[in-house]
Design a protein around this ligand. Structure first.
Ligand SMILES: [Zn+2]
Length: 422
């Protein structure tokens, strides 16, 4: 079974980010979980400006993350962050929560303060493990330092940061050191949560060799991670074609599907049935491919972005709730809501609200209706993810089905990707 995690940056994102958590009762799905970021959830970490930070104050007093989310809902309902007359159920059926670190940021802060050494690293890792254990996350992505290709303002000021960013080799060394520290903390304090080790690289080969290094580390330390995560591939535009041997004829979409699929296959072959999470790259086209090649979970922020940036865009479905492929134009594309006539969608959101209703709410001038419409449009996309995963579960021959779907464009994409997988 594949689980898709919807990213939520509570504590860090804009105002609508926290409102989304209020509406988890609308997600009645089997395969959708929530990804939260430690960097934003942890009030002790230095952050400039973050919305709704006050709900985070006592986060460690809750018995688990679901209990905390219930509290967040109650608190936002009291603050009337919803349209009038809308009834929200406090309990929901979202079962899976993954904690990602957002540690590019944490480590950057430490580095900027010239504050990274063995003690501070152990301290940071241990606090992270305690946090994830106390709140009982189903999966925890180990802390790591993601190589960044673009620098935000201020980041360039730190010489050490620049040095670390200069070469992947240095990053890899630091990341292996963080994983070694993670194993040490787990052993010293008997942590029991399911930890995923993130992998990075600048080519298929470097991903492989980094994985080998971690497997060696596991042997030396006599410890096994619960699984692995493929990182740094959310935006494949940044991956250099020549380093990845991308065929000349591939456009951006094909390149992305092919690299992530091939990496998933390569990695799955080496980790003997352990969990494999695709970090940030689980767009809807990729779900069947990565499931097929061995990924057990993924996350992706693009559906949220499409619903929240500028004019909202809705995902055109290809699969319905009855495990059938539907004949829609522009399947799996995000279309501006004002241009949509009929999506043929039978998800609970579209059963309750027509695109006309959503557009009305979006353009009503009432803030809460505007926010709510964006959240509904996002949840409609999550249902599509759920239906795609259900389809893969119910049909053994799903790769063949998605290569012969009513969408000719999709068929061509899938066939080309599959032909080029080694
Ligand atoms: Zn829908």
């Amino acid at each position: 079974m594949h689980i898709f995690f919807a990213t939520n940056n509570l504590g860090g994102g804009g105002t609508n980010v926290s409102r989304f958590l209020m509406h988890l009762d609308k997600i009645k799905t089997k395969h959708i979980g929530i990804l939260l970021n430690y960097y934003y959830l942890n009030n002790d970490l230095k952050k400039s400006m973050s919305f709704d930070q006050d709900v985070l104050k006592n986060i460690l007093e809750y018995s688990d993350i679901k209990d905390f989310v219930r509290f967040v809902k109650t608190s936002f309902i009291e603050k009337k962050r919803k349209p009038d007359n809308l009834i929200i159920e406090l309990d929901d059926i979202v079962k899976y929560y993954i904690l990602d670190s957002g540690t590019g940021n944490i480590l950057r802060d430490l580095i900027n303060e010239n504050n990274i050494n063995n003690d501070s690293l152990t301290n940071l890792v241990e606090l992270y493990l305690q946090f994830s254990e106390k709140l009982n996350f189903n999966l925890v992505v180990a802390l790591d330092f993601a190589l960044k290709y673009t620098h935000k303002k201020g980041e360039g000021e730190s010489k050490i940061y620049q040095e670390l960013s200069k070469g992947f080799v240095n990053n890899e060394k630091l990341n292996l050191e963080i994983l070694r520290t993670t194993i040490q903390c787990v052993k010293d304090n008997n942590h029991m949560q399911n930890i995923i080790a993130p992998l990075h690289g600048f080519s298929f080969k470097s991903f492989d060799s980094y994985l080998e290094d971690i497997l060696n580390l596991e042997r030396t330390e006599n410890y096994k991670f619960y699984g692995f995560g493929l990182g740094g591939i959310a935006d494949t535009k940044k991956l250099q074609n020549d380093l990845w041997n991308v065929p000349d004829t591939f456009n951006q979409k094909l390149k992305s599907l092919w690299i992530v699929s091939q990496l998933t296959k390569n990695t799955a072959a080496k980790i003997s049935n352990r969990n494999l999470h695709i970090l940030g790259a689980g767009n809807v086209h990729l779900i069947p491919l990565i499931t097929y090649f061995g990924a057990t979970s993924s996350d992706c922020h693009s559906a949220w972005r499409r619903a929240n940036d500028g004019e909202v865009k809705m995902l055109v479905p290809l699969v319905n709730s009855k495990n059938q492929l539907i004949d829609n134009k522009n399947s799996w594309e995000y279309l501006k809501i004002s241009t949509i006539k009929n999506l043929n969608c039978d998800c609970p959101i579209c059963q309750e609200y027509s695109t006309k209703d959503l557009w009305k709410m979006f353009s009503s001038g009432d803030n809460e209706s505007l926010y709510y419409s964006k959240i509904l449009i996002f949840i409609h996309a999550l249902y599509q993810y759920d239906y795609v995963i259900s389809y893969c579960e119910a049909n053994n021959d799903y790769m063949n089905a998605f290569s012969n779907s009513p969408s000719l464009e999709l068929n061509l994409l899938y066939r080309t990707v599959l032909e080029n997988i080694k």
